[in-house]
Design a protein around this ligand. Structure first.
Ligand SMILES: NCCC[C@H](NC(=O)CCC(=O)O)C(=O)O
Length: 444
């Protein structure tokens, strides 16, 4: 059956800020305390979504989360009115308050793992929200993420939603940022490629020494079981621990794939030769690998430019486009390599640069901002059409951002009770624009 790859981008929430919350994510750590611009961040994200829509691709929007997360602060013992909760958290535990204010759900590559209906035993699209246990500020996303996904893909005849894996490090799951699906045509049964950072139950496996491996093999295996994937359609690979220690905190910082093409750094995986062979053998037919040598682009350049956090897109005219952040153009080694790829005989025909600096300063590039959902014709009709990007939705979301968002936010502003009111007012209106029903704790 004919199918399409839809990209569901996370709308940046009104509390987007730089709190240095992600140990092992170089950009997050180095931009701590920078003043953020939530309005600009949201508009930059919307501009990318609209550009992909204008190219004829299916583009969706996933709503952000309620922040500050007052419920979590209450679970941690802060009491009184909402304003009192914020004031006491700001005084006694400012880092916890910052974690409860992060707009990190914008990086929807970490929202869930999605398996298309062509791959699953019951022929439905399966969703498992990622538990994101390694970072406290992200571990509080998955319940609301699950509700937003259910409100976006609500038709039970087509979509199956699972709960997140147990929230412990053994099953640390970072979702689609560590998951790539290969196929020839989107409607074919594909090969699902799960990349993990370490094994939780086998201490003999290599593991990084400096920075955490957020995602475990056992989490990937559980998701493959839950989604009903067959063993001959799944490939597991371990991320090279040495690159995790250089700031490659998710696989999508060092590799990206689409259809029958893998674009990756030569140091991305443990036993890379074997990984490539297994992928190629399980996919069958032609498999293209663009493997970037370290002497052309170092791991450090890959981390600062986010070359691999790009979107590899099949356009309607059959050409392949690489969507990259502006940081790639500013890095001479990366830009030289990319222009050679474009101008040579590689599968990449064109490059498109986006200014996503607000997200990039927290370590989120074009690929972090999107969750890929392969949908066939019937599923395309069945998802919540109010979340599908269009001329009208683009205008109404831009207008909504202009009315509700601040253009400057620092850590000191997070305790402002007015910010909570602004955020809830905005999100309440958003659930009507996107026809989501009640998905936020303050609405339930
Ligand atoms: N896929 C990209 C995810 C980026 C995200 N950054 C953050 O959460 C930074 C937030 C801060 O530092 O304020 C992360 O590391 O999980």
């Amino acid at each position: 059956m004919k199918a399409f790859e839809a990209n569901f981008d996370g709308l940046v929430g009104p509390t987007h800020n730089y709190s240095g919350l992600s140990f092992g994510n170089v950009a997050s750590q180095s931009n701590e305390a920078l003043a953020s611009n939530p309005k600009l961040a949201a508009l930059q994200g919307l501009a990318k979504m609209k550009a992909l829509h204008d190219m004829g691709l299916v583009q969706g929007v996933l709503a952000p989360q309620e922040r500050p997360d007052i419920n979590t602060l209450r679970r941690l013992g802060f009491t009184g009115s909402d304003a009192e909760v914020l004031a006491s958290a700001a005084k006694d535990a400012p880092r916890i308050l910052a974690a409860c204010c992060s707009a990190s759900s914008m990086w929807t590559a970490n929202a869930a793992t999605v398996s298309p209906s062509a791959d699953t035993a019951d022929g439905k699209v399966h969703f498992t929200p990622a538990n994101l246990t390694n970072k406290f500020h992200r571990s509080i996303e998955h319940e609301t993420t699950g509700r937003i996904l259910q409100a976006t893909f609500s038709d039970k005849a087509h979509f199956t939603h699972h709960g997140a894996l147990p929230s412990v490090e053994h099953f640390g799951d970072e979702g689609a940022a560590n998951h790539t699906r290969f196929c020839h045509n989107y409607g074919d049964t594909g090969v699902e490629f799960f990349v993990y950072g370490r094994s939780a139950f086998d201490n003999n496996r290599p593991a990084p020494k400096r920075y955490p491996a957020r995602h475990t093999l056992e989490a990937s295996e559980a998701v493959a079981r839950i989604h009903g994937l067959s063993a001959n359609q799944v490939v597991y690979a371990q991320q090279n621990p040495e690159v995790i220690d250089q700031g490659v905190f998710h696989n999508d910082v060092i590799a990206v794939g689409n259809r029958n093409t893998l674009f990756c750094h030569e140091l991305a995986f443990v036993d890379q030769t074997q990984v490539k062979q297994e992928l190629s053998q399980k996919l069958g037919g032609q498999f293209n690998i663009i493997e970037v040598p370290n002497n052309r682009v170092t791991v450090q350049d890959a981390v600062t430019s986010y070359l691999f956090n790009s979107q590899l897109l099949s356009l309607t005219d059959g050409r392949t486009l690489l969507v990259i952040p502006d940081e790639c153009r500013q890095n001479p080694a990366v830009w030289q390599y990319l222009t050679e790829l474009r101008d040579g005989s590689s599968p990449i025909d064109d490059l498109q640069v986006f200014d996503l600096k607000q997200s990039m300063c927290n370590g989120g590039g074009p690929a972090c901002l999107r969750l890929r959902v392969v949908l066939n014709d019937a599923e395309l009709q069945a998802f919540n059409q109010s979340t599908r990007m269009s001329e009208t939705l683009f205008k109404s979301l831009n207008n909504w951002v202009e009315r509700h968002y601040r253009d400057r936010l620092t850590e000191a502003d997070l305790a402002d009770p007015q910010l909570l009111i602004e955020s809830r007012t905005a999100l309440d209106e958003l659930t009507r624009i996107l026809n989501l029903g009640s998905v936020y704790p303050f609405q339930i």
